[in-house]
Design a protein around this ligand. Structure first.
Ligand SMILES: Cc1cc2nc3c(=O)[nH]c(=O)nc-3n(C[C@H](O)[C@H](O)[C@H](O)COP(=O)(O)OP(=O)(O)OC[C@H]3O[C@@H](n4cnc5c(N)ncnc54)[C@H](O)[C@@H]3O)c2cc1C
Length: 489
């Protein structure tokens, strides 16, 4: 008889794992707490507008290609991709800088802003490209069971890069603060301050400038839909509104023997959790948990966020599909997130206007907008604060576009720290998992296989390799290989 695998959650890592495991011959069921599939990448439709609730940057297209090619498919079998030009625009206090869609043009742009910067950037991206290839070939697809997985002559030669930081590198390379901030931007996806992110992660700059920023027609949710179609074709079954509330242990076998939702009890051979790690362990009796509260409390989490999904009654001029508002003090905002854990006074924010590329995101003549303000985790949340931040952001946006937008808002929905906790059981309301710092890389991340229960596994942004959609796809692949190794079909 086929062994069954029950997967908690339907985020990208769970979806990826479900496909690999079903193809390997397991009977796979996905249990999702919420009414919709996709985890943090789910979609919200309202009054003819469509919003991606989570990720919006499609980076590292090669990782998506690898995923689908593992199943003899292509991304184009499921969705169309468009490369964005500009990739994104950065709004600074005194100028706006639009990042073009190819490295030659980006080097020219850097040169126009600082003499010599174009040449320096090209050399930097060349090296970052080496790191990218090394990371993809030797590092990120490893399960983090042993340090020897990643020891090769080539990786050892890169060790010094784990002791420099992206912030220092950007300061060494460029004098202009704007250029430094542009180079620091991509590592924000890894969840920590550039001052805490090892230089090796400059491969994110290669991903940004060389591999480009893409948009799947229909939004990031098109990728979720593609993976669900693939998973179903491989025999995976999906149950929504199925929150796992308890795991029962068979102490003799040292195994999870029952999974309880509010309505059903399931009898798993294997359990894979793509839900937040700390929450999953809370579903176990205390003696079977590997990591205590004190462990999580010491970790550097990726920020939480305050999000606004806005329907505007008009098109918004003078903005790019992806617009980064870096027109306030980056250091002060970063300190509020990571050091002081306070609500930022004058925050940086990210604004997405998918309608600039995809007219289906909003009714004709209207604009869908998504605003994201990074915040510290574990702060007291408060809906009245959401309202005041909304007004603050709207007036900054109005200034940028040169017209008052206040009376153009048809509706807005806010989503904050408490929503991350309530909707996804996110530790401290984190938006995208555990940051990639030196001490939270590879074997130093929470383990994919439980040390206490032989049939319990973990995947997703709190495990290897880390936060982001491409890492989630990779995480699902790695854990499915571990499951096949330890509990063969
Ligand atoms: C606002 C935002 C913007 C982002 N932007 C980008 C971006 O532009 N590009 C990028 O690459 N990445 C981005 N990310 C990060 C990326 O979206 C995530 O790293 C990735 O989607 C996480 O996938 P996952 O599989 O680890 O987990 P999740 O997507 O969090 O899935 C976990 C699932 O588990 C479910 N669950 C929880 N508890 C239970 C339970 N007890 N029983 C059953 N189910 C349960 C949850 O409901 C959820 O559906 C962003 C994230 C956010 C939040």
């Amino acid at each position: 008889m086929k062994k069954n695998v029950y997967i908690l959650g339907s985020g990208f890592s769970s979806l990826a794992a479900s496909c690999y495991l079903a193809r390997a011959g397991y009977e796979v069921s996905v249990l999702e707490k919420n009414a919709h599939i996709g985890g943090r990448a789910r979609q919200w439709k309202h009054q003819g507008f469509t919003f991606d609730m989570g990720p919006s940057f499609y980076w590292m297209p090669d990782v998506f290609d690898t995923f689908f090619s593992d199943f003899e498919k292509k991304t184009s079998d499921y969705y169309s991709l468009h490369q964005l030009n500009p990739a994104y625009e950065v709004v600074f206090k005194n100028q706006n800088i639009a990042i073009p869609d190819n490295l030659d043009a980006i080097c020219k742009l850097f040169e126009s802003l600082e003499t010599g910067a174009g040449k320096k950037l090209r050399a930097y991206i060349d090296k970052a490209g080496d790191n990218y290839r090394l990371a993809i070939q030797n590092l990120v697809y490893q399960p983090g069971e042993s340090i020897f997985e990643i020891f090769t002559a080539e990786t050892v030669a890169k060790l010094p890069l784990f002791f420099g930081t992206i912030k220092k590198d950007s300061q060494r390379l460029f004098d202009e603060e704007e250029l430094r901030q542009i180079v620091q931007f991509p590592v924000l996806f890894l969840g920590a301050k550039p001052a805490q992110t090892p230089s090796f992660y400059n491969f994110m700059n290669y991903a940004d400038f060389q591999l480009g920023t893409w948009y799947p027609e229909g939004g990031m949710y098109a990728v979720v839909a593609a993976m669900v179609t693939l998973a179903k074709s491989l025999g995976v079954s999906f149950k929504t509104d199925s929150e796992v509330v308890k795991m029962v242990i068979d102490p003799k076998r040292k195994a999870v023997s029952e999974l309880h939702t509010q309505k059903h009890v399931f009898f798993p051979d294997i359990v894979l959790s793509g839900a937040d790690y700390a929450h999953t362990e809370q579903l176990l009796p205390a003696t079977y948990r590997q990591y205590q509260e004190s462990y999580w409390a010491k970790k550097v989490f990726a920020p939480s966020a305050l999000l606004f999904y806005i329907g505007f009654d008009c098109e918004i001029p003078n903005v790019a599909h992806h617009s980064l508002f870096f027109d306030t003090d980056f250091e002060r905002h970063a300190a509020a997130i990571y050091d002081d854990k306070t609500w930022p006074e004058d925050p940086l924010f990210y604004a997405s206007f998918p309608t600039k590329t995809d007219k289906t995101a909003a009714p004709n003549g209207k604009e869908a907008a998504i605003i994201l303000i990074p915040l510290a985790t574990a702060m007291q949340d408060d809906k009245s604060l959401h309202k005041s931040y909304f007004e603050m952001i709207l007036s900054r946006l109005s200034r940028k576009v040169g017209r008052s937008l206040q009376e153009k808002v048809l509706f807005y929905r806010s989503f904050g720290i408490d929503d991350f906790k309530k909707e996804y059981h996110a530790y401290g309301g984190n938006a995208y998992g555990l940051a990639n710092t030196l001490l939270q890389t590879h074997i130093l991340r929470p383990k994919m296989k439980s040390k206490k229960l032989h049939n319990l596994f973990f995947t997703g942004q709190l495990t290897v390799p880390g936060p982001g959609v491409p890492p989630a796809l990779i995480s699902g692949k790695i854990v499915s290989q571990l499951i096949q190794k330890y509990v063969p079909v």
